[in-house]
Write a protein that binds this ligand. Structure first.
Ligand SMILES: [Zn+2]
Ligand SMILES: [Zn+2]
Length: 231
């Protein structure tokens, strides 16, 4: 399975950068995970010809995760991407276009997309949000938290994932209000250890100016746009 980071910032992009969006591929199966700003442009640079996506997975409907979903709709309406496409989301009411085949996600919901198996977990955020474990045909897995505060069940959901892709928006451990919606860098490092994940990619980097602390674990790294991981 291959993970490509298309955009790694939130809740707004850093200058010249994009918001949350990731491409997950296993053989011919292709899943787009969130589609924040910049995602379609970056995806078209990778796949300049007519596009085929097996599914789009939205963790939640905040703009930094789904802001370009209508651009994907236009792409399909203009025949530059196969349609309909299965669209997983914890809220589906707004997706009325026939180019989308909406599927509502919830805690424990499972689905199969080509060679990949998906298992969703409801996480802690300001709006209904589902994280997802994606397992490929050979049993390798990644767990994506979406946007989430720390909660005890998160380590169970991420248990033994080969790669943890986690919301590490916060640096300040004392911002009580923000801690209800996102994790700190330190919490993600602890989550990776508690869940015994192979490695962690700290994403949803704050789009404003921030000083990122050095990471104490060699298997934890900060997300960078364009980075590719073989899982
Ligand atoms: Zn976000
Ligand atoms: Zn959010």
């Amino acid at each position: 399975m291959k993970l490509t980071l298309l955009g790694v910032y939130g809740p707004f992009p850093a200058p010249g950068k994009g918001c949350s969006s990731y491409l997950v591929e296993d053989g011919d199966t292709r899943i787009l995970l969130d589609c924040g700003s910049g995602s379609l442009s970056r995806l078209r640079a990778l796949i300049p010809d007519r596009m085929r996506l097996d599914a789009i997975v939205l963790s939640h409907l905040h703009a930094d995760h789904c802001g370009e979903i209508d651009l994907f709709r236009y792409l399909m309406e203009f025949g530059l991407c196969d349609a309909p496409v299965t669209l997983f989301s914890p809220e589906t009411e707004r997706f009325t276009s026939p180019v989308f085949r909406p599927v509502r996600t919830s805690d424990g919901f499972e689905a199969k997309v080509g060679t990949m198996s998906l298992r969703f977990t409801e996480v802690r955020h300001a709006v209904k949000t589902t994280g997802v474990r994606i397992t490929d045909g050979s049993g390798r897995s990644l767990f994506y938290t979406g946007d989430s505060a720390w909660f005890d069940g998160l380590a169970d959901a991420a248990r033994n994932a080969d790669l943890l892709l986690a919301d590490a928006c916060l640096v300040d451990e004392t911002n009580e209000k923000a801690l209800q919606n996102h994790m700190t860098v330190g919490q993600v490092v602890r989550l990776k250890k508690a869940a015994r994940c192979g490695r962690a990619v700290l994403t949803h980097r704050f789009g404003g100016e921030t000083h990122l602390p050095a990471l104490s674990d060699d298997d934890c790294i900060y997300a960078e746009e364009g980075a590719v991981f073989e899982i």
